[in-house]
Design a protein around this ligand. Structure first.
Ligand SMILES: Nc1ncnc2c1ncn2[C@@H]1O[C@H](COP(=O)(O)OP(=O)(O)OP(=O)(O)O)[C@@H](O)[C@H]1O
Ligand SMILES: [Mg+2]
Length: 410
């Protein structure tokens, strides 16, 4: 995850979004595109909309920024009815990443990103700095890309420019319609990580459409699962949806590996690491061996002066070695606090002792974790076991569907 130099959140902060009994029926259609949709998106939350093609996800986004007017119902943004706000003003406060890019073909990449800053009257220098900063954020070299036209970019690059454009004026609300759909898996994962750190730092309210359930689990505070005809089938935290899908439709949507997907939800920092015997390269192997044996451990770690792991040795190796290694071993099974338990289990499974070394955010050794401990953590975090803990968004007004599960309405 690279560091970003985006400005601090605006004082206005983020705004919550409330949809009240919203229905959209397009002229000449016998079925509604969105059907009696009520949901509350708490300020600062990232909510993922998932569901099959044509179930009303894009229509829902476009009703929030008034590109489409609902047939009935109300939408509140920061407590204000969007109908009552000037549409241009409303949209300036809402970054919108259009499905499939939607860049202006006659404008350069830089000019596309600068559309809203220009409307806001930013000077050239400030706009130019912002454009370069955002291009870097989405991993496009400013030198190489700022003066190109959209047709000179790949589909995935166009999408990334679309993301940069939506972020340009640092709007408190972001609507993102499959922003990473055309991006390769590696870039996609990096952009997801950027999205996570951006969201952790700026706490914007984000409504994010995706076809990828794993992406929804990874990024979402909550997930809204839609079915055909614009019905909201389940709206809950990823943990709750995985543990208790509302019906077969949701179960099918999750796929067959709901249990394994739970490993992707919990982080290494959630696992209470076990103590590990450590020594420094300056001491003799026998001293470290004696401490390992006294502690009843088969392995001991060598750490550098800052406490960072250098090597991990079995008691048999400690018996043989003339001195402790100074050079860091290349293949240590290291995991950090933000790694998922899926990553941790992977490291555990490939390490010979069946343990992963846990470091803190500075890379200092904290302890070790094994497979039983990891699985126990996943089980203990399941909403059924820890009722009410995750998934309930705070501050829901009375009458709002708290983590509403509208099962059986399709
Ligand atoms: N302007 C329009 N006029 C008539 N029908 C429309 C219009 N826009 C969308 N629809 C219909 O409304 C329904 C919902 O469309 P929408 O674009 O919201 O789906 P979606 O969930 O975003 O699908 P996808 O995953 O394919 O992007 C579809 O059946 C679509 O055909
Ligand atoms: Mg769509």
């Amino acid at each position: 995850m690279s560091e970003t130099t985006l400005p601090a959140p605006q004082p206005a902060g983020s705004a919550g979004i409330v949809l009240q009994d919203v229905t959209k029926r397009f002229p000449g259609q016998d079925r509604s595109a969105v059907n009696d949709l009520s949901m509350e998106i708490a300020a600062g939350d990232m909510v993922m909309l998932v569901g099959p093609s044509g179930c009303g996800k894009t229509t829902t986004l476009k009703m929030i920024n008034r590109l489409i007017e609902p047939t009935s119902g109300r939408i509140l943004l920061g407590g204000n009815d969007v109908e009552a706000v000037n549409a241009d003003e409303l949209r300036r406060g809402i970054g919108y990443v259009i499905q499939a890019g939607g860049l202006f073909p006659h404008l350069t990449v830089a000019a596309n990103i600068a559309v809203v800053p220009s409307m806001l009257g930013w000077d050239k220098a400030r706009t130019g700095r912002r454009v370069d900063e955002l291009l870097e954020l989405v991993s496009l070299d400013p030198e190489q890309y700022r003066d190109r036209y959209p047709k000179e970019l790949s589909g995935g690059q166009q999408q990334r420019v679309g993301v940069a454009r939506a972020l340009a004026a640092d709007p408190p609300v972001l609507l993102m319609d499959e922003p990473f759909g055309a991006v390769d898996p590696i870039t996609r994962e990096r952009l997801q990580d950027e999205m996570l750190s951006l969201h952790a730092n700026l706490r914007k309210t984000i409504v994010f459409v995706t076809h990828d359930f794993d992406e929804a689990i990874k990024l979402g505070d909550k997930i809204a699962v839609f079915a055909e005809g614009g019905h909201l089938v389940q709206y809950d935290s990823p943990a709750q949806i995985l543990a208790a899908p509302a019906n077969d439709f949701v179960r099918q949507f999750i796929g067959s590996d709901a249990g394994l997907k739970q490993l992707g939800l919990a982080r290494v920092r959630d696992v209470p690491a076990l103590p590990v015997v450590t020594g420094t390269p300056q001491e003799g192997p026998r001293e470290l061996l004696a401490r390992a044996l006294a502690a009843g451990q088969d392995y001991a770690a060598v750490v550098d002066g800052d406490g960072r792991p250098v090597s991990w040795l079995s008691v048999a190796e400690l018996e043989q070695l003339p001195s402790l290694p100074v050079q860091p071993a290349p293949d240590l099974p290291l995991v950090g606090p933000d790694d998922s338990l899926a990553d941790a289990l992977d490291a555990i499974l490939v390490s010979v002792p069946g343990l992963a070394l846990v470091t803190d955010a500075q890379g200092r050794l904290d302890g070790v974790i094994d497979a039983p401990l990891t699985l126990q953590t996943v089980r203990a975090r399941r909403p059924a076991a820890a009722a009410g803990e995750p998934g309930r968004s705070p501050g829901q007004p009375p009458g709002a569907p708290a983590g509403s599960t509208e099962a059986g309405r399709q």
